[in-house]
Write a protein that binds this ligand. Structure first.
Ligand code: ZN
Length: 416
């Protein structure tokens, strides 16, 4: 027996096939696709281009009282690069290793043993499934004839995977965005590894820092004093010691199986080391870059000051790579009627999402900066997390179920 493919799955697969992959995402094809969806569903649409060639597509379902604050469904349309193959040299035998079982932009629909299907493709999880579930939920609402009180906008943005600086970051300051009069934003969330859905209300702050040390140079056969490396090493060691402390803290918080509480710790990784030109010359300059993600639960300035003092005490220069990044926390207080409606509509389905801090940054922070409360939520559970990984896929049953959950949540929020 062959199971017919639902139309919404065909539309999702079509969207996954559009190569919005960095470094040269096809935003034009994506824009055209979204406009065709708007026309097909019966939504309004507008395109805002804060930076030429980087369109933000806004689809709208007008409510019966457009003067009320609207509901935003935020998502990004870009995806990270793929590594399809690699050549490994084993004792002079060149071996071809393929990382993807199915081509990453073919959106193959592959049956599983238990009668489900997997839709493979880069972006299937991060986050074209969410974009498409948003649109399918709006389609269902339109088709059912339900008239919403508040206007709902699906905002589909470029460049989130490279910081969102030319996308949502600029959008939120435009006249067009202010005109949307957004009161609540449902945005990028984390897939659930087990039965427990999550809702993120804040995210870690990017504290990436570059240390640069300068010192005496000379012949590598001598004991040169005051070298760049001598200055830099204690700084590196102090951060690696702090990394161990944070790792233990997180291990004590987590239940071992999921990553739900990682946003409550400070992640520290040495990601780049640079310097030295030749083996027999002591380098005059050496640098180290750390990727640091600071939990918003601590005073981030206090932590940054610790880094500054550390650099000063060893005579090392420091540069925070994203000095403007700040912390924003959206309220979980149910006296906010939108927050209450969000949780209430999920409770009808016996869903109680766990409030979490997103371990990485997303476009949510740009919207939060304006004071709009933003919540990261995606109704997909019991799923292997493969964002940015090889063989990224989404389960069809979870995608279909997620649409219905979104329908309830959107109706709940738009009825406030
Ligand atoms: Zn994403």
């Amino acid at each position: 027996m062959t199971v017919a493919e639902p139309d919404c799955i065909s539309r999702f697969r079509e969207f996954v096939r559009i190569k919005t992959v960095h470094p040269n995402p096809d935003y034009e094809a994506s824009k055209q696709y979204l406009i065709s969806q708007a026309k097909d569903i019966g939504l309004t649409y507008q395109v805002v281009e804060c930076v030429k060639g980087k369109p933000i597509v806004i689809l709208g379902l007008e409510g019966s009282d457009p003067s009320l604050q609207s509901i935003m469904l935020g998502s990004h349309i870009d995806v990270v690069p793929v590594f399809e193959v690699s050549f490994i040299n084993i004792f002079k035998h060149i071996k071809l290793v393929e990382f993807w079982t199915y081509p990453p932009f073919a959106a193959e629909r592959v049956p599983t043993e238990d009668g489900d299907f997997k839709i493979y493709g880069r972006g299937s999880q991060d986050m074209k499934c969410t974009s498409c579930m948003h649109l399918e939920a709006l389609r269902k609402i339109v088709n059912s004839g339900t008239k919403l009180k508040r206007t709902v906008y699906a905002v589909l943005a470029p460049d989130e995977e490279i910081g969102g600086y030319d996308g949502v970051n600029l959008l939120v300051d435009t006249f067009e965005f202010k005109n949307l009069n957004v009161g609540f934003d449902l945005d990028e969330g984390m897939l659930a590894a087990d039965e427990r859905y999550s809702v993120s209300y804040s995210e870690r702050i990017n504290g990436q820092v570059r240390f640069t040390a300068h010192g005496n140079t000379g012949h590598g056969s001598q004991f040169i004093e005051g070298t760049a490396i001598e200055k830099l090493l204690p700084v590196i060691n102090a951060l690696m010691d702090r990394r161990e402390i944070e790792k233990k803290k997180l291990a004590a918080l987590n239940d071992g199986k999921t990553n739900l509480r990682s946003g409550e710790s400070i992640a520290i990784n040495l990601t780049q080391l640079g310097g030295g030109k030749q083996a027999n010359v002591v380098p005059a300059t050496f640098s180290a870059v750390f990727d640091i993600r600071i939990t918003p639960l601590i005073d981030s300035n206090e932590f940054k000051n610790w880094i500054i003092e550390l650099a000063h005490s060893y005579g090392v220069e420091y540069e925070f790579l994203h000095p403007k990044e700040n912390k924003y926390i959206s309220t979980l207080d149910r006296s906010n009627p939108f927050v209450d409606a969000f949780f209430a509509s999920l409770a009808e389905r016996n869903i109680i999402p766990i409030p979490i801090i997103c371990p990485a940054t997303s476009d949510c922070r740009h919207v939060r900066r304006t004071g709009i409360p933003v919540y990261g939520f995606v109704p997909i559970k019991n799923h292997q997390m493969l964002a940015h990984d090889h063989d990224e896929y989404v389960l069809e049953s979870e995608f279909l179920n997620g649409i219905d959950i979104y329908v309830d949540v959107i109706i709940g929020l738009a009825s406030v």
